[in-house]
Write a protein that binds this ligand. Structure first.
Ligand code: HAM
Length: 417
């Protein structure tokens, strides 16, 4: 039998339900904050990611699913969502009409990484991007929105880490001193960090290698190089996080893995995930629209790794958020037409309704209802048809009651009100 590709997975049964719950809750919350949905292609010109995310990043330099299409074009499966959304924003001319635009997306991303728990080659991101807004209150509100999603999903033991990585000028000045310092420790650095030292030295700061961590402890600090205006901005972000009651830690070494970031960046980490602990990462990317479209529009966003949330989500969450009334109809050949009328009425009242397509005995149908997980059954025998009523059987309590359809619908409405 053919297997799913390495690092990829099917989401089926309870896992699919959990993913759907994550999608539904996120979309609902994003809309509360004025974000609207955007859909962009899974495949883009490779150039977009090279210019947008950065050629020296691991994501673009090492992990892209890039290939030529039949027309010889260099294209890639998107490794992340931001670059494509920025392209779509510019293509739609949003920056000309009204640069303030807030959108969200959810869908698969592709990175050719070594798979492990929480790290896959196809993974689902739930992302938001906000254009044309730059203010500490805005940034704190975006973080609040991420926590709204995680808290509603009852994901606990989370830590918010924030940092300010300043402007590219700040970082360039800092890089000189950092490289000088790291060169003194070159022989002790991990192989990855040796490679990064000249290409992308800031990434050495968030290396997970034990020896690198020790070396980084005494490294010069980026915060020393951040300009005054940025420093005030970052302090104000913290002020609003305090006002919103959101706890955080300032992590000097948080630099993020994609080149487009500037100013405020953040990650939300779970203590229950092991090595791949970041469930949400984001920050400001105030220069990306200039790089891709020549327009000076500030922007910010984040993405939540939905596959990592799956590892943290309790099964109960599905039942808690699912208030749809579910009913299985038991009937006979003689009551088929009556059953179809009742099924129509119940579905119009937003109930989930199923029935047997080749009905055998009532006993047989009741067993099927039980197997499918229904707790409530509507029985439509010849007596019910004659009296124009329905019989409701509760399979858990083994109780049974006969009433009119309208009485039953009234009870369902009351329950959901
Ligand atoms: P990122 O940090 O590369 O940022 O990814 C965001 C989140 O996606 C991570 O925190 C993680 O939860 C999840 N993720 C990343 N790679 C994998 C993987 N291989 N397997 C499973 N989950 C993964 C971005 O992608 C930015 N576009 C976020 C952003 C949006 N920044 C501004 N706007």
């Amino acid at each position: 039998m053919l297997e799913v590709l390495k690092g990829m997975s099917d989401k089926i049964d309870i896992t699919a339900k959990k993913m759907e719950t994550i999608f539904d809750i996120s979309a609902e919350i994003f809309k509360q904050y004025g974000f609207e949905r955007i859909y962009t292609p899974l495949v883009e010109a490779t150039e977009l990611f090279k210019r947008g995310v950065g050629e020296t990043t691991d994501v673009v330099g090492k992990e892209m699913y890039d290939f030529k299409d039949k027309g010889g074009r260099d294209i890639s499966l998107r490794p992340e969502g931001t670059a494509g959304v920025v392209r779509a924003y510019l293509n739609a001319g949003k920056h000309k009409a009204n640069p303030n635009y807030k959108c969200f997306y959810m869908g698969p991303m592709y990175r050719y990484e070594a798979p492990q728990k929480g790290r896959y080659r196809e993974f689902i991101q739930i992302g938001v991007e906000s254009f044309g807004n730059k203010s500490p209150l805005h940034d704190a509100e975006i973080i609040q929105m991420a926590f709204d999603v995680l808290n509603t999903l009852k994901i606990s033991d989370l830590t918010l880490e924030i940092n300010d990585i300043g402007t590219s000028e700040d970082r360039n000045n800092y890089k000189k001193e950092l490289i000088e310092y790291l060169e003194k420790h070159f022989d002790e650095l991990s192989e990855d960090s040796k490679k990064r030292l000249h290409q992308n030295p800031l990434r050495v700061l968030d290396s997970k290698d034990k020896k690198d961590i020790e070396i980084v402890k005494n490294a010069p600090k980026l915060s020393k190089y951040i300009n005054e205006e940025e420093k005030i901005y970052f302090k104000n972000v913290q002020k609003y996080l305090d006002l919103l009651g959101i706890k955080y830690v300032v992590n000097d070494n948080l630099v993020r893995g994609l080149d487009y970031y500037s100013s405020m960046v953040f990650e939300i980490k779970s203590s229950k995930l092991g090595a791949q602990s970041t469930v949400c990462g984001g920050g400001r990317y105030d220069k990306l629209l200039e790089i891709l479209g020549g327009v000076a529009i500030p922007a910010m966003g984040f993405s939540i790794g939905a596959d990592r949330l799956l590892l943290l989500l309790d099964d109960e969450i599905i039942e808690e958020v699912d208030n749809q009334h579910k009913v299985y109809i038991v009937y006979s050949d003689k009551t088929e037409q009556y059953m179809l009328e009742i099924a129509r009425e119940l579905r119009d009242a937003l109930c989930k309704v199923e029935y047997e397509y080749n009905p055998k005995s009532f006993g047989n149908q009741l067993k099927k209802a039980d197997k499918l997980g229904y707790k409530e059954v509507v029985i439509l025998g010849e007596d019910e048809l004659k009296e124009n009523v329905i019989t409701i059987k509760n399979l858990e309590k083994s109780t049974q009651e006969t009433k009119t359809l309208n009485e039953y619908l009234g009870e369902i409405y009351d329950k959901n009100a």
